[in-house]
Every structure is written in structure tokens, then in C-alpha cells.
Design a protein around this ligand. Sequence first.
Ligand code: NOJ
Length: 541
Amino acid sequence: MIYQIYPRSFADADGDGIGDLPGITSRIGYLKDLGVDAVWVSPFYVSPQADAGYDVADYRDVDPVFGTLQDADAFIQAAHGAGIKVLVDLVPNHTSDEHEWFKAALAAAPGSPERDRYMFRDGRGENGEQPPTQWRSVFGGGAWERVLEADGSPGQWYLHLFDVKQPDLNWENPVVREEFHDILRFWLDRGVDGFRVDVAHGLVKAEGLPEWDHEQGMLHGKDKDERPPMWDQDGVHEIYQGWRKLLDAYDGDRMMVAEAWVEDADRLALYLRPDEFHQAFNFNYLEAPWRAEDQRAVIEASLASADEVDAPTTWVLSNHDVIRHATRLALPVGVRRPNGIGADHPQPDAELGVRRARAATLLMLALPGSAYLFQGEELGLPEHTTLPDGVRQDPTFLRTGGEHLGRDGCRIPLPWLSQGGSLGFGPFDLTWLPQPDSYAALAADAQLGVPGSTLEMYRAALRLRRQHDLGTGHVEWVEAPSPDALVLRVGGVLVLTNFGNDPVPLPAGALVLLCSRELVASGGDESRPSVPVDTTVWMNA
Ligand code: NOJ
């Protein structure tokens, strides 16, 4: 079970309104008690924070906003002391435009080795005034930016698949490859247990940069049948084979997990070959509609494709890029997830959302493989769906002129205490994004030790998951009492999820271990309760 920490929003020790490494270290006890095996920490490197740290200016140092390298060492040590492994986030597709390499590239001439570390090209048109291709940025607008040459004249263009402040690196250049080997070693030598690799499907672009004039989904490269020239090119695999060799040469159990938005299961499996990544995020699971048949299909497909390459399946419902599942699952079923929700949008039903989120989580935590949790989901936190536009910071919001609201709503500072200006996030009232009113009642201190709270449900589930070794078990499907329910057995635990509109009977003789919502009495027969709608129950098999 890997818990994602988004450092800006986890815990703020120095009181500047932004979370930091000492804040994380101070909460290691909470993570240990929750029952996490490992944490993945989103980037805390030196960065102008144009994309919340996914724009790295120095891969070998910590941004003052988050602390110092010594703070990083102290955090790694404290986590290890508590038996928690540490994965750091590696961002190899692009650097910040404030990285020394990019500054040098701007100062150097076209065709220079400095420029060759990035994707510089001449423009089209008589004076090079047209971008080299029509490629779009994932965050909206075009993916090319024109620079001024040293003499002040308009010059070449550089590629940025994300923000204009995130120039793409040229992975055909051996210097770039060597540099990242060195960065991997830098963090492995400091004791980290592995890496979450950002945009792992993006590093290599198709030769000649063929034209691709299509909208990019927020994190989906695919909107027609052909493979886009910037995503999932065969050349990426050689890079990861090199990294795997490097990791394997280290002592201990070092791993890497790919963020690869590759929808085709067979293509994703290539990243998981024995000489590449250990794991990849299962975004098909995250995107699956809240319907029995869809959930069963995605679980079966995930298990089958992982089996093929002998890698553990992974499961994920929330992260810092998508609407929190306590809100997302209340959106109309089967409709494509929007990129952000605002005050002008229909407001999702909060009660329905958290009910389904709890049911979804209990189903997920019973499944074999690795589960990735996003900070705050254990509190049942909803998305902030009424953020004022003026506080939004996601570059997507600006680059799309507000058409896509972006990801700020899932990145709100955590509520640790039900009282106080920042709800215990920091020592003062400051938070870099405002917390919604609903967060006070959901604060960790309001849930700890409270039977039936979402936090206690997570803690119990993780305890049972460990006790029953569910993570390494096998799924066996069992006949369900209704087409709208799923029943499966993993080891000694029988799991039932009711997706339908009516309660279903609890299997005869079942001894309940844990449920996401209180069971209800079924028509007169007190001894055999029913499982209400949007509920998962774990039983002794
Ligand atoms: C994926 C990260 O998860 C996201 O937050 C970031 O904006 C992009 N990659 C670009 O690095």
C-alpha cells in the first residue's frame, strides 16, 4: 500500500501556508498508524513552481519552500525508522525553463550542443514565424514557443508538451541519458527506495516529429486510433531498461513505477517487462464507471494483463491530477470526468460521493496487488468544487482561458484539526489554497477513534488487508445475488459490493469483518441483514 504525499498540501511546519518536508516528518506516526508500506512524494526539488514542482530547476536539491537537503535526509531516515519505504518523483520529460541547461540553451546559438539537450526546431513559413508542427500542449494552446536569439531577433521554437515553462528534453541526446542516470544515483545513494516516473510514456518523440493536429485530453494522448507521435513510442523502453539495470545494481529492494497514460493494456504491459518498470499505474481502473459490469471487466482485464508479464497489478482511485473519488463517483455514471469542477457547475451530491468512495475503496483494498492512496482520501475528503477563479494556480486554467478549471480542487491543504485557521495544516491561518467549510468536520482529529468514520474504515481495512495477506492473494469470482452486485473471494475474505438501486441479502452464514456503510435489517429477518446500495462488505469466507 503506497500513500501519495503531495508536499504542498500535506503539513506545513514553518507556517508559510505551503506544506514542507519537516511537516511530513512530523506526521510519520500518523502514516505508520494508518498502515502504509511506502510513500510516494510528489516533487520537492528546486522549482519556480509553475506546475507545482513538476517543473524542476535543480534535480539534486530541495526547494526552500519545502526545506533543505538535510530535511530530505531526515525525512527518509524517519520514514525508514517507521518501516515505511520512500519513493521520490522523477520528472524526466521536461525541466523548468529556469534549469541551468535551458538558460544555457537560450544563450547559445541554434545548432549548439546546449540547444541539442532540448527540442529546438526552426519554424515554418518564410521567416520561421509558424510553429514547426501543430502539436498541442496538454495544458491547452500550442506546444511550441518561439525564443528570441542573442541579438534580440525572433528565432527558433522549443517544444513544451506541458506548460511553456516546461521545455521538453531531447532524449536522443546521450548527455541527457547520462544526466538522468546520475540523478537516479544521487537519490538512491541518499537511501530512497525508488521512483515514480512522471510522463513515462512521453520521453521519446516519433522521428521527424510528424504532424499531429488534435486536441490532447488532459492526460490522455489518444483521441483517434493512431498512436500520437509524442506518446508511447517504442524508443522509451531502452531508456527504462538502462534504469532498471542501474536500480538492480543497488542493494535492497529498489523499484520504479510508471505514470504512463497508455490505454491499450498490451502496450502498457511492455513497460512492465521483467527488465523495465516494476509497476505502472492502472488508470483504466480509475476511469472505470461505477457499474458492476464495468468494474468486473476492468478488474479482470487488469489481473489478466499483469499476469501476462508477471508484475503485480496496481489500483488507484485518486491522485493530484484527477477529481477526488469522493466527488467523482457522484458525477453521472459513464460520463467523461471533467478537468475540475467550479461554483457554476452542478454541484455533485456529497453524501452519495463519499458513500460510493467508501464502497469503492473497500473493494479496491481487497484486491491483490499494490494499492495507491492519495493523501486525504482516508478522511473521505471531497474535491473543492467552489474555488474562486482568482485563487486557481493550475496552469491548465490559464492556458485554456478558464475552459478547463484544472486540478487545484484535489490539492487542498489537509485538515488535521477541526479547529483553527488552517485546520491544523500549519501553525497559522495561511493555506496556499483555501479549504472548503466541509473540511472541518472531516479533520483527522474528528475521525480518529470514531467508529464508522472513514479514517477508521481505512485503518481497519489496511490492518485486515495485511492480516489476510490480501495483497498477494488471488481473486475468485462468486455468484452474486443480483446482476448489480459483485461478489469475490480473496484468500479468507469474501467481498460483496452492491452497485444497484436496491439492497441485496448478505450471503447466508457470513460473518462480517468490515463494511463501508451500516447494513440494514431485511424485511423481518433480523438475523440476516441486507447490504444497502453503494456498499461494500468484507466477510469471513
Ligand atoms: C503528470 C503529473 O502527475 C502532473 O501533475 C504534471 O502536471 C504533469 N505530469 C507534467 O509534469
